[in-house]
Design a protein around this ligand. Structure first.
Ligand SMILES: C[S@@+](CC[C@H](N)C(=O)[O-])C[C@H]1O[C@@H](n2cnc3c(N)ncnc32)[C@H](O)[C@@H]1O
Length: 295
């Protein structure tokens, strides 16, 4: 293929991209230089370098992002939680996910299954195929995982949320509401709807896109998670782990006593899960004014 035909094909492809999308891409990845608008293919080259290079910088002189596996967790009730996931039709208990090990462990560390926990999960499992990240039609009705948590935790309140209003329902100790996790104001409104009381565990099983994940993490750490509480970001693509290496370095640099790990399922190939536990001690120090907050 000649260089000129290669370039003209690229030009045609870029011309087909809507103008506002091109402007957004250029805003973040364009060159601050003359002639930049004539070479949009360079924006993509730059964009593809950003995360791997940030991740390489974040890993310099540091041990890699800590991994954890189901073998490290041995909490009571693990298999009962799996049975509930299977019973209601959630994929959380599949070998590819093995999340019953992780959640039973988290619940044990939050005071056990009889503690009066407040659990929030974003992503109910809509079957509306027009919604990105919906479950397939043949899957169980929405609410499989929140119902499992509600049954596993007899004294908890479980809250669920989804962008699809058709997925919402209310049952004993289980309330749901609409949210768009890409909008911080929508998450804040959700918090008010659910009583403005901090959550013990926040689960992101929604859109599964980096921006949405970061919005959830920021919402959680911004006063909506209790000290010692947990956040789990589910179904992260292996290719996106560069981002989590950067996030991990930032969290450990800014949050005293925070614990994090990248949880791997029993079988690889499906995705990985980023688990965060905030510190109780750091919050006590901060409330006494004895701890220096980073600027
Ligand atoms: C994988 S399903 C959740 C499965 C469920 N947690 C379970 O284990 O049974 C993902 C859900 O995320 C929802 N979703 C997609 N985009 C969203 C957004 N921007 N905000 C909130 N929820 C979203 C979809 O409607 C879908 O119901």
């Amino acid at each position: 293929m000649s260089t000129s035909s290669h370039l003209s094909r690229q030009d045609a492809a870029w011309a087909a991209v809507p103008r506002d999308v091109r402007a957004e891409v250029r805003k973040w990845f364009g060159a601050n230089s003359a002639g930049d608008t004539r070479a949009p293919e360079l924006w993509l080259k730059g964009a593809n370098l950003l995360m791997p290079k940030l991740s390489a910088l974040a890993r310099r002189g540091q041990p890699r992002l800590r991994h954890c596996t189901y073998k490290q967790f041995n909490a009571t009730g693990t298999m009962e939680l799996k049975s509930l996931f299977d019973h209601y039709g959630s994929d959380k208990g599949f070998d590819t996910h093995a999340l019953h090990h992780a959640y039973a462990h988290i619940i044990e560390r939050l005071g056990g299954r009889h503690a009066p926990l407040r659990v929030l999960e974003v992503g109910l499992g809509s079957r509306n195929q027009a919604v990105v990240s919906a479950m397939a039609q043949h899957n169980a009705p929405p609410g499989a995982s929140v119902r499992s948590f509600r049954d596993f935790l007899p004294n908890a309140m479980v809250f669920g949320a989804d962008v699809d209003e058709g997925a919402l329902f209310n049952e004993t100790r289980l309330r749901t509401a609409q949210v768009d996790q890409l909008e911080r104001s929508s998450l804040d409104a959700l918090y008010a709807t659910f009583g403005s009381e901090r959550f013990d565990l926040i689960i992101d099983d929604g859109l599964h896109a980096p921006g949405a994940n970061l919005n959830m993490l920021h919402f959680a750490l911004d006063g909506h998670l209790r000290p010692g509480g947990w956040v789990v970001i589910e179904d992260i693509a292996w290719t996106a782990t560069h981002l989590w290496a950067v996030v991990d370095r930032l969290l450990h640099a800014t949050e005293d006593g925070i614990e994090t790990c990248l949880f791997l399922g029993r079988k690889t190939g499906q995705g990985v899960y980023y688990m965060v536990r905030t510190s109780e001690a750091a919050a006590v120090e901060a409330s006494r004014g004895t701890r220096k907050r980073p600027g």
